[in-house]
Design a protein around this ligand. Structure first.
Ligand SMILES: O=C([O-])CC(=O)C(=O)O
Ligand SMILES: [Mg+2]
Length: 398
């Protein structure tokens, strides 16, 4: 199996809303197609990849650095010597040569995009859905041990509806309507933004949503790293009055000492990690941020952080520090992260109903039910099982 071509495009996913630090008016994603010479059941194997929302398209790093390295590499170094099938782990290492440590940023996103496409191609070559392919490759336990697991639903993952953004004409009434619509879709737990309004207004938003959640459904809040420590502590004091699922990204993601002070003051679960892109950053979080392995939630996103090999290494580093994979719930509500969540026995996966479409969301034949989403049998990441996404991706990169 050989790579014969890699095509790269950008797609806009702009929206008129904002979180506490960015508006999404000019948001873009990269879309890539890794074409191979392998034909399975009369179809050429092509792997597709894209990045999660929140980081922009990565055309320059892809075309200027990563793809030239892959092209220059002898093809036999990019395949599993036993099966002859493309080896995403080997390709990942090739793409990361000649790069200094630290300063991960956009380069981690660019590798993550290619990683998705390479796993898509490799799993398609094996005729397996990605969640099954990864489980075999990494020999991780199935999702049976996670706290949200309902033992009668083996191939499903807990998801929560992330929305509640700040809209220019938004009101507490429109926020309630939005959240009610997620419950109607089958979600049980939801997340809204904080930090883009005054504390008093945010408390009103929190109370309005809590008021309509049925028993057993939980609300999480997300400040997107906006606060300094005094503000994070003020919010912590106010939020302590509610039984929140978690208080997310209160502080700059690299302010480990700030997290340690906050964790002393806030009794509920904290969540962070969506802007940590490499193992040393996660190791430092576990060492220095005072987070509580039995309570807090880690949200590193494989598609933004060099892909599955780095994510697997993060889980190993965390396990060495006493953290179960069940404490990890990746940022980014799409098919690739859902497959990773299932394969590595994570606590769940984010979901963006009606937001960031068509990149956000899961298989057409797997609606959310009881706050969970089923894993499909579509080979690869499953993009072919999501018609709107497949159409867009085919139109952009063939
Ligand atoms: O608003 C965003 O950038 C997305 C985000 O933080 C999340 O999904 O947790
Ligand atoms: Mg977030």
């Amino acid at each position: 199996m050989r790579i014969t071509d890699v095509r790269v495009a950008e797609a806009p996913i702009g929206s008129g809303f904002a979180n506490a630090v960015i508006d999404f008016s000019s948001m873009t994603v990269s879309v890539v197609a890794v074409e191979t010479d392998l034909v399975v059941d009369g179809e050429r194997v092509v792997g597709y990849g894209f990045n999660s929302n929140g980081r922009y398209a990565q055309t320059g790093i892809l075309t200027g650095r990563l793809l030239p390295r892959l092209r220059a590499c002898p093809p036999e170094r990019l395949v599993d010597p036993e099966t002859g099938v493309l080896d995403p782990v080997a390709a990942n290492a090739v793409m990361r040569t000649n790069e200094k440590p630290g300063g991960h940023g956009d380069r981690a996103v660019a590798v993550g995009i290619m990683d998705m496409a390479l796993w898509d191609a490799a799993a398609k070559a094996a005729g397996q859905p990605l969640h099954r392919f990864l489980r075999t490759r990494y020999e991780r336990p199935a999702a049976a041990s996670v706290p949200h697991e309902d033992p009668v639903q083996e191939d499903s993952v807990w998801v929560y509806a992330a929305g509640g953004y700040y809209h220019p004409d938004g009101t507490v009434g429109s926020l309630r309507e939005e959240i009610a619509s997620y419950l109607d879709l089958g979600y049980r737990d939801v997340k809204i933004k904080i930090g883009g309004a005054s504390l008093a207004e945010d408390v009103e938003r929190v109370e309005a949503v809590l008021d309509l959640l049925p028993d057993g459904c939980r609300l999480a809040v997300d400040a997107n790293g906006r606060f300094d420590l005094p503000t994070a502590l003020s919010y912590a004091e106010a939020l302590s009055a509610y039984d929140l699922r978690w208080y997310e990204e209160p502080l700059d993601p690299l302010d480990y000492l700030g997290h340690a002070v906050l964790a002393e003051a806030y009794p509920g679960p904290l969540a962070t990690g969506e802007n940590l892109f490499a193992v040393p950053e996660v190791r430092n979080l576990a060492r220095h941020a005072g987070l509580r392995a039995g309570r807090d939630v880690l949200q590193m996103d494989p598609s933004l952080s060099y892909g599955v090999p780095e994510y697997a290494a993060m889980l190993d580093a965390l396990q060495g520090a006493g953290w179960s994979p069940a404490r990890c719930v990746p940022h980014g509500g799409h098919l690739y992260n859902l497959a990773v969540a299932s394969a590595f026995g994570l606590g769940g996966c984010e979901s963006y109903p009606r937001v960031f479409e068509p990149f956000g969301g899961f298989a057409d034949d797997a609606p959310v039910a009881g706050g969970r989403v089923r894993l499909g049998d579509c080979p690869g990441v499953g993009i072919e099982g999501k018609a709107d996404l497949h159409r867009l991706v085919r139109g952009l990169v063939g």
